[in-house]
Design a protein around this ligand. Structure first.
Ligand SMILES: Nc1nc2c([nH]c(=O)n2[C@H]2C[C@H](O)[C@@H](COP(=O)(O)OP(=O)(O)OP(=O)(O)O)O2)c(=O)[nH]1
Length: 131
């Protein structure tokens, strides 16, 4: 049976751009672009998981603002539930520790990058809402 994983993702804005990062070259989603975040640990709230993941992955402190949307997606090897939140950096520079690359992208530009499949509804949602 496929496993189910539940993750949180941070939509970090600056001007009219969003911080995007490219995953490492391993696993089913090798080298795909994504919004930073990761798996929720037992006992954590979504907010706590986001704050911890962004500190671990990007060395920065964030504040978690509005909930954006939840995406359910079936990959070849697992089921994903991903909760996306608007976040703001409050201290530290975003420095990639685990990703291959990162870019601040306008929403329209994201379609030129090879994003994880589960991210397409997130990108479409941001485009439609112009948010
Ligand atoms: N953070 C994040 N993960 C995403 C996005 N889109 C998407 O499909 N995912 C998937 C990729 C991973 O399978 C999972 C995130 O968990 P993770 O990054 O902690 O996964 P991982 O397997 O690399 O972590 P680990 O167990 O090796 O520590 O969600 C996204 O936009 N952001």
């Amino acid at each position: 049976m496929k496993k189910h994983i539940e993750v949180v993702a941070a939509i970090i804005r600056k001007d009219n751009k969003v911080f995007c990062a490219q995953r490492a070259d391993k696993g089913e989603l090798a080298k795909k672009w994504e919004f930073p975040g990761g798996k929720i640990e037992v006992g954590e709230t979504h907010q706590q998981a986001l704050i911890r993941e962004i500190k671990e992955e990007l060395n920065a402190d964030i504040v978690v603002n509005d909930f954006l949307l939840t995406v359910n997606h079936e990959y070849q090897t697992f089921y994903l539930t991903m909760h996306c939140y608007e976040c703001v950096v409050v201290s530290g520079e975003l420095t990639i520790n685990e990703h291959l690359d990162s870019k601040w992208l306008m929403i329209e530009e994201m379609y030129e990058y090879d994003f994880a499949q589960a991210d397409m509804p997130v990108i479409n949602h941001m485009l439609v809402d112009n948010k």
